[in-house]
Design a protein around this ligand. Structure first.
Ligand SMILES: [Zn+2]
Ligand SMILES: [Zn+2]
Length: 258
């Protein structure tokens, strides 16, 4: 059985024309899972993928990973109410949902008083534990070094890791060990002037070494802080990783074997 990993958006920070912030689809034989819902993601979500959603995962409450959750909730409750689906994320996502619903709920419409709580059933994921979507697709998680509570994901069946945002520590290499496909942030081309542990991000060389040392066959490089750094970022990646490499872009689709 196979699945497809499809990129909707991969911008760090803000969306740009044609490229939303973080949003990734895992298209499985039992439905589609949206991983992160950054700004601009919903406008780039095909109707078919929207209709097939069986779950949403939010890795952390930074805007470039969750701002469009309200837009997605509006789409699920208006003009007609669609099936409620599970929403997974670290426990701190609950506070974001409550605040967002308090701000943007429309009390005069029965389905829109609390759009996110109505559209989704929130299932908190304690970092380090496993959760399973649709009784079929399991994900292991680990807490990342980032300014807010953040989980990285490892798909058990399809053997891929999504780093979300986070600095490298040795425990994270253990988490990635043996993965076939690595979807990794490389926020900065190099360390110049950046406190990686404080900001909680990786550089291109760190991303490449993570791919090499974990034994990944495929590396998808994402979440660049500046698109103008693409060329130098990929040069540095190729210097330290010999496997297949893609620079993420909206529409890129990678086949994942079970
Ligand atoms: Zn980010
Ligand atoms: Zn972040």
């Amino acid at each position: 059985m196979s699945a497809q990993l499809k990129i909707i958006g991969c911008r760090a920070g803000s969306p740009m024309k044609g490229n939303p912030a973080s949003g990734y689809l895992l298209k499985t034989p039992k439905g589609t899972i949206l991983i992160d819902c950054g700004s601009g993601v919903v406008a780039n979500l095909d109707d078919e993928d929207f209709d097939n959603l069986i779950g949403v995962v939010i890795t952390h409450i930074h805007a470039d990973h969750c701002l469009d959750l309200m837009a997605l909730a509006y789409r699920k409750v208006f003009p007609s109410l669609s099936k409620r689906i599970p929403l997974y994320g670290p426990p701190s996502v609950a506070g974001m949902i409550a605040s967002y619903d308090a701000l943007f709920g429309i009390r005069t419409l029965p389905t829109m008083g609390t759009p996110i709580a109505t559209a989704f059933e929130f299932k908190p994921v304690v970092p380090g534990t496993r959760f399973t979507v649709a009784d079929a697709w399991a994900f292991d998680t680990i807490a990342m070094i980032h300014p807010v509570e953040t989980i990285a994901l490892r798909s058990v069946e399809f053997n891929f890791v999504y780093t979300a945002d986070g600095a490298f520590v040795d425990a994270f290499l253990d988490f990635c060990q043996g993965c076939r496909t690595l979807l990794s942030e490389a926020t900065y081309p190099d360390q110049d002037g950046h406190d990686l542990l404080e900001h909680g991000h990786m550089t291109a060389p760190i991303c490449a070494r993570l791919a090499t040392n974990s034994g990944a066959a495929n590396l998808i490089v994402t979440h660049l802080s500046d698109p103008a750094d693409s060329r130098i970022t990929m040069e540095k990646i190729h210097q330290e990783f010999a496997g297949a490499v893609h620079l993420a872009y909206p529409g890129l689709a990678i086949e994942l074997e079970q």
